[in-house]
Design a binder for this molecule. Structure first.
Ligand SMILES: [Zn+2]
Length: 329
């Protein structure tokens, strides 16, 4: 973590938190609500660091004793609540790590901050235990709940917290970040940013993932030659896709991004905004070959294939039907 300044996007949330610090109107409980890797922890940690900073600014200075320890996760008044079992945050976890320690005054700072990651894993009992604390917290206590699904919280918890919903981050900001801070080439940054759907952490992960790279290569290879595949070769092609059964959603999403590119190019003739810029030759070719109606049908078929696989329709059958639809349209 390195403070609000290093966060890509989420301007409104940062403004809200910095205003709270400026006006000295800090709430006792916040919910950071957003998908996995979307930046919840960075926001929470930047907030905690700023609050604890010895220089009393809206951004941690990253140099004082307090900031340094916050950065290295060694600040005695910033407490990370962990769970013993992987899939639940139990009532015992909440009691021993939060409820039983919250009355002990902060060691040095003005605040004592609890960061509860994966808070959606609290069962009802755990939430009820937490509720007791949130109802009457000590003046110095701040509880930051990080969750992928705030809908799972009891209404009584929701009503006592400030809920901050993370929004998708602008694609260009992500591309820029990948290129500048991770030295990812532009064509790769484009795909990863498009694929991450506005999730910075996911984009970074994809950009550095060998598996994703392979998946992408395989999907592109398939899509480029699909028109030349004969019917009797179809079985083999389906088998190739089956190798990616576990990542099939990603695989289909890549095909979807491809055909959106084809559609976009057909409509505008514009190369600059394509995700698969480096494949412009094949995109062009397919834009000429497919009708608008055909491309829409393919995009629909991709959606349907995802749903069918999700509801356990025979995998090979779904893929075969999909490939036929792409060929025929
Ligand atoms: Zn500082």
């Amino acid at each position: 973590m390195a403070g609000f300044k290093s966060i890509i996007g989420h301007e409104q949330i940062i403004e809200h938190l910095q205003n709270a610090i400026k006006m000295d109107k800090i709430s006792h409980a916040y919910i950071f609500n957003g998908p996995d890797k979307s930046g919840k922890m960075m926001l929470a940690e930047s907030f905690a660091t700023a609050l604890m900073c010895e220089k009393n600014q809206v951004e941690g200075c990253m140099e004082c004793h307090s900031c340094k320890r916050a950065l290295s996760h060694n600040h005695p008044d910033i407490i990370y609540v962990n769970h013993e079992k992987p899939n639940t945050l139990s009532v015992d976890d909440i009691r021993t790590q939060l409820n039983n320690t919250i009355d002990v005054k902060p060691y040095e700072g003005e605040y004592k901050i609890y960061i509860v990651d994966e808070a959606e894993k609290m069962n009802q009992q755990a939430q009820n235990a937490l509720l007791k604390t949130i109802e009457e917290p000590p003046a110095y206590a701040i509880i930051l709940l990080l969750t992928t699904n705030a809908d799972l919280f009891l209404p009584t918890i929701l009503s006592r917290c400030i809920k901050l919903d993370l929004k998708v981050v602008n694609k260009d900001l992500i591309i820029n970040h990948l290129m500048k801070d991770y030295q990812i080439p532009d064509y790769k940054a484009e795909v990863c940013a498009a694929f991450s759907q506005g999730n910075v952490g996911k984009a970074i992960q994809l950009a550095s993932s060998q598996e994703f790279n392979e998946l992408k290569e395989s999907a592109i290879k398939l899509i480029k030659k699909i028109d030349d595949i004969d019917l009797y070769e179809m079985g083999q092609t389906v088998k190739k896709v089956t190798e990616y059964k576990l990542e099939i959603n990603d695989y289909l999403d890549l095909l979807m991004i491809w055909f959106r590119d084809v559609l976009y190019f057909k409509a505008t003739g514009d190369v600059n905004d394509l995700v698969f810029k480096e494949e412009v030759y094949d995109i062009k070719k397919q834009a000429i070959r497919h009708t608008y109606q055909g491309i829409e049908t393919i995009l629909d078929a991709l959606d349907k294939a995802k749903l069918r696989i999700k509801s356990n329709v025979n995998f090979d059958l779904v893929i075969e039907l999909l490939l036929f639809t792409i060929k025929e349209n």
